[in-house]
Design a protein around this ligand. Structure first.
Ligand code: NDP
Length: 433
């Protein structure tokens, strides 16, 4: 969608083929409805905090059907907005699946269309390990349309989707277990982030099983019985796998057109998102570079500039900030301490952990965690990490400084906004390492 609109804006004649709803995973079964669910789940604690601030109201009750209906209305509205934006930009809309016939021909709507450039932006699809009984489990695709909330849910995986949905279900009152095969959640993130997140989620009631992985699922009288590797068992009403997403390249005719695919099915592209066939490009999840919406839309804009504005613009995947909308939120930009040590050798680390002022009137023990990683030689801040309320909102601002190469001294020269949580990022004085 973004590539179509921007390319049309630069004067290209564009057609887009989409048999389903506009907006892709993000709008329909990803970021947007997930964040709405996440807001819903956070209310549970907000009611408790409100009491400490003197508010009394009736006993809060949650109605899943109301949330689903409100969410569906909002997503339908967005689908309409996106379709209108495309039409207004002059993009021809083909309500059909498409496949590539050769370097300059696409089949859609039972017709062949010729094009100077073809863009593959078909996204990705959740993958499940093929264990016995995996057909009884769901993925995030189905989680957005459950008829009813389960009483007991098992989330499998230890990354974005698993921790986000574990927090959502837990917040909505579901007895929630998260099973992850590794030793620490959020592999690839700073090690302390994975550790602290597990502690905070456990405090809020999520049962976290590390080094634990299901080996089979069967229907039981009352729900689903799950066997775990090593022999233990558990009963749940819902099992959801969040074990990664694979690129959608099957049946697109890419192989036959000579487009090189990686082992996982991803379209192999260069720094300009060009595939092995000069006239065919690919962006977003289907290239499996960074499965993040804003990265995909940035790739779209860089590509449109390259092809239609005469400004060859390579992708820039450095210092991409990201948030995991677990409860509490996680957000980071730049390098983990581990990666920074690998890249720069000597690093300075500054960190803090504290109970936020908002919780001081309550008995809640949630701790906010913040960490800066600084390249010792240049004194540039090369990583900023946070677990705590609104971490995504806070790191977005910090990301500008990191992207611009700000030094620790420049962070320190910035006046804090008091009293906020975010001010800690400019008042960290004590070196932790
Ligand atoms: P990820 O690819 O991030 O992680 C997959 C998780 O599943 C890892 O913990 C992995 O373990 C585990 N896993 C993989 N295969 C198996 C298996 N066979 N058995 C058991 N466990 C397995 O996947 P997600 O599904 O969480 O999310 C997909 C992507 O979508 C994310 O990487 C992210 O880029 C994007 N996303 C972004 C969001 C955001 O921006 N807030 C929200 C949701 C998704 P291990 O670590 O051991 O490999």
């Amino acid at each position: 969608m973004r590539a179509s609109r921007i390319a049309a804006g630069y004067g290209a004649r564009v057609a887009i083929a989409e048999p389903g709803r506009f907006g892709g995973t993000c709008v329909n079964v990803g970021c947007i409805p997930k964040k709405l669910f996440s807001y819903a789940a956070h209310w549970r604690e907000e009611f408790e905090v409100a009491r400490a601030y003197g508010w009394t109201a009736g006993e809060p009750r949650f109605d899943w059907r109301t949330l689903l209906a409100s969410k569906d209305r909002e997503i339908a509205r967005l689908n309409g907005v996106y379709e209108r934006l495309l039409a207004d930009a002059g993009v021809a809309i083909l309500r059909s699946r498409a496949s590539v016939r050769d370097a300059h021909t696409v089949e859609a709507d039972g017709r062949a269309y010729s094009a100077k450039h073809i863009l593959v932006a078909t996204g990705s699809w959740p993958q499940l390990p093929a264990i016995p009984g995996c057909e009884h489990a769901i993925t995030s695709n189905e989680a957005f349309f459950l008829e009813q909330l389960p009483r007991r849910a098992l989330l499998v995986g230890g990354s974005y989707i698993a921790v986000e949905f574990a927090s959502i279900f837990n917040g909505l009152g579901v007895e929630t277990t998260l099973a992850y095969r590794g030793k620490r959640l959020l592999r690839g993130f700073d090690g302390e982030i994975g550790e602290h997140l597990a502690e905070e989620m456990a405090k809020k009631g999520v049962a976290i099983r590390l080094e634990s992985n299901p080996s089979g699922i069967e229907k039981a009288a009352d729900g689903l019985r799950v066997q775990f590797e090593g022999g233990s068992e558990g009963e749940f009403d819902l099992v959801m796998f969040a074990t990664g997403r694979t690129p959608n390249t099957a049946n697109l005719g890419l192989d036959a057109a000579g487009v090189a695919l990686a082992e996982d099915g991803a379209v192999v592209v260069d720094r300009f998102s060009r595939s092995s066939v000069d006239s065919i490009h690919a962006i977003g999840d289907v290239t499996n570079r960074m499965q993040l919406t804003p990265v995909a839309t940035a790739e779209a804009m860089w590509l449109a500039k390259t092809l239609f504005r005469g400004e060859p613009t390579p992708v820039d995947h450095e210092n991409v900030p990201t948030a995991v909308f677990a409860n509490p939120n996680v957000a980071v930009v730049g390098l983990s301490e581990e990666s920074a040590r690998e890249r720069y050798g000597a690093v300075d680390v500054y960190k803090t952990s504290f109970r936020a002022l908002k919780l001081s009137l309550t008995d809640k023990q949630e701790r906010t965690f913040m960490k800066l990683v600084v390249d010792r030689a240049s004194q540039r801040v090369v990583g900023a990490h946070m677990i705590g309320a609104d971490a995504g909102e806070i790191i977005q601002g910090v990301a500008i400084a990191v992207k611009l190469g700000a030094t620790k001294a420049q962070f320190d020269a910035t006046i804090g906004i008091h009293p906020t949580v975010a001010e800690e990022f400019v008042t960290l004085r004590e070196k932790a390492a």
